[in-house]
Write a protein that binds this ligand. Structure first.
Ligand SMILES: Cc1cc2nc3c(=O)[nH]c(=O)nc-3n(C[C@H](O)[C@H](O)[C@H](O)COP(=O)(O)O)c2cc1C
Length: 361
């Protein structure tokens, strides 16, 4: 029997898949849907003392992701406190309120959210200019509430490790990484206008396009701090979630995949993690949390070409390796890939496109 339950800062989650702040958790009803569809805990859309004025259009599909210009919840904080959080609490799941932005605003809202019964806060630091502001909001929240405070980090910095260490030093109980990347832009070539209605046509990128960046951030952060980390950015299936857990995350959040494929994605991802655990013989998330970190080489693994090893029994002769080999080192002859070691650069691309893992480096 695999056990998907995780505990993070005292919150007990039935599984590690959490909706991330965004339109799929925009109110109490949406949060109830996420709970019904199998989420392990709930996070709200970012609540602030003033309702966000959201430009329209505010979401655009781009290749491999979304651009958005939603600036937090457009519901008044009173509505959250009196109506939406009450509905969300009825689900019985751990409830994390995402809250923004400046110290004075956090100072006013955080105690009210705690009194409304939320189990933890997640500070949105997306619009903070520097590390000293990040430290200030974290300290403010910690002074004002007794519940755990998660700090959500933005990738729009050159030093996310510095941000993580600063938040930990300021008392954060846990970290969430990462928020969206930007600003970015998309143009409708029929009208020559930006697709988003925000000032400058600016939007922030999420989804599969940012997954490798998010994963690197999570791995770097997990090696640098001692507090738990929730990974977010481009997760759309169980394999993605497992990667983040192997990079050290205790749980994961999902936003774009839930927008694109619907809230059923939470249970789907949890089921896929469980299936992976059964195949590999892991009983709990702890069994494989962070196990990739010890394999991150300090120096390059090698700087000489080593051709891939072919596991012939796994090869389906699909020809993808031949198609992708930019060095002309692979030819399918008689349904079998023949690798020319003299041409092979050892780049590794063929192994990553092989659908059956018949090529190994
Ligand atoms: C439409 C949209 C709205 C979002 N709104 C918020 C928000 O209110 N607060 C916040 O902290 N992050 C917000 N995010 C960022 C997500 O929570 C998440 O960090 C980011 O999208 C990366 O995860 P993903 O690739 O799974 O979407 C939003 C993302 C999208 C796409």
């Amino acid at each position: 029997m695999v056990n998907l339950a995780v505990e993070i800062c005292g919150l007990k989650l039935r599984n590690p898949v959490i909706p991330a702040a965004g339109p799929m958790v925009r109110n109490g009803d949406a949060l109830a849907v996420a709970a019904k569809e199998g989420a392990g805990a709930l996070v709200t859309k970012t609540i602030s003392v003033t309702q966000a004025v959201v430009p329209r259009p505010c979401i655009a599909k781009v290749k491999e992701g979304l651009l958005n210009a939603e600036y937090g919840s457009d519901l008044a904080p009173e509505k959250w406190l009196n109506v939406e959080l009450v509905k969300a609490k009825r689900t019985g799941l751990p409830l994390i309120a995402s809250v923004g932005y400046k110290p004075a605003e956090i100072s006013e809202l955080a105690p009210k959210l705690e009194a409304a019964g939320v189990d933890a806060l997640e500070l949105s630091t997306h619009y903070l200019a520097d590390t000293s502001s990040l430290i200030e909001v974290t300290k403010t929240a910690k002074e004002k509430v007794d519940i755990p405070v998660f700090v959500k980090l933005s990738p729009n910095t050159l030093d996310i490790i510095g941000s993580a260490r600063a938040a930990e030093g300021a008392g954060a109980d846990g970290l969430v990484a990462i928020n969206t990347l930007g600003p970015c832009m998309a143009i409708d070539i029929e009208t020559a206008r930006p697709i988003l209605g925000s000032s400058g046509g600016y939007g922030w990128l999420s989804g599969p396009a940012i997954k490798p960046l998010a994963l690197r951030c999570v791995a770097d952060i997990c090696r640098a701090v001692h507090i738990p980390v929730i990974g977010v950015g481009g997760i759309s299936d169980g394999r993605d979630a497992v990667e983040f857990i192997m990079a050290g995350a205790t749980a994961v959040q999902v936003c774009t995949a839930a927008i694109v494929r619907g809230p059923k994605i939470y249970a789907l991802i949890a089921d896929e993690i469980a299936r992976f655990m059964r195949v590999k013989g892991y009983n709990s998330i702890e069994d494989f949390k962070g196990i990739a970190l010890r394999h991150l080489p300090e120096q390059p693994l090698r700087t000489r070409a080593k051709p891939p090893e072919l596991i012939q029994s796994k090869c389906t002769s699909c020809g993808l390796c031949e198609k992708y080999c930019i060095y002309g080192a692979i030819r399918i002859i008689g349904k079998i890939p023949k690798i020319d070691p003299g041409r092979c650069y050892g780049c590794g691309l063929c192994a990553t496109v092989c659908p059956t893992r018949a090529l190994l480096f």
